[in-house]
Design a protein around this ligand. Sequence first.
Ligand code: 2AM
Ligand code: CA
Length: 269
Amino acid sequence: MDLELRDQLYAQAKEWVLAAGKQIRNKINDPLVIDTKSNPNDLVTTMDKETEAFFATEIKNKYPDHFILSEEGFGDDLKTLDGTVWIIDPIDGTMNFVHQKRNFAISIGIYQDGVGEIGLIYDVMSDILYHAKRNEGAYKDKEKLAPLKSDVKLEQSILSLNHFWLCENRLVDERVMQGLVKKVRGTRTYGSAALEFAYVAEGILDGYLTMTLSPWDVAAGMVIVNEVGGVTGNIDGEALNMLKRNSVFTCNPVIQKDIIDDYFVKGKK
Ligand code: 2AM
Ligand code: CA
């Protein structure tokens, strides 16, 4: 992607993300209409839909030849990632948004022919923007994020996990997960994949592992984590398919192979 065009897209995307976040903060105590999607705990609200509609309208108006891949149905039905594609989750961590009114994010990745060029993750209530352009480093607001440490040991690492390993098609045996949880120093669950990617990039988590995520949950985070030397794949260490749901493991590369070899590859035998 032409770098001048990329800078323009980045500035425009940032302006829209900050505006959408401000709108959400202004309406945070308004009554919500809450629906469920794939299961009774998979939530969507009027705010998710309004926010996505805002992005879709602005993008289609200003960049009619760009495509949108997004969670709540205002995007395009894409079969490929050819061209410029905005991959959008208007509210990542909807359950947190509904129950806690914090710990949720707007997540936008801009991809060119399948390559992540721009990532923006906006922690709306904390007013913190994690952002990156490919090959230009990752930032938390104005602070440049340091490369991930190369001396991390699995025994001293903190992993973010959620309970989906108990329910999602039994991709892993729960005894394998017990072994992994015992091995690491600690686990955390934040409930927003985008924020969990941002924390991996910040180096305050060593990895985030979950059994099922959609492209809009990971698109921005992958760009940001990549810029500090982190790696993202599925639990077999393979590249993600950005048009489908995947198991996801994003982490410091120092622990990726240990975990995959010792827990997932062996665990499935
Ligand atoms: P969401 O809030 O945009 O739905 C929760 O651990 C994380 O997993 C959130 O980022 C959430 O995104 C995501 N997630 C993906 N699929 C989900 C599902 N079927 N139900 C609930 N959360 C899901
Ligand atoms: Ca969402």
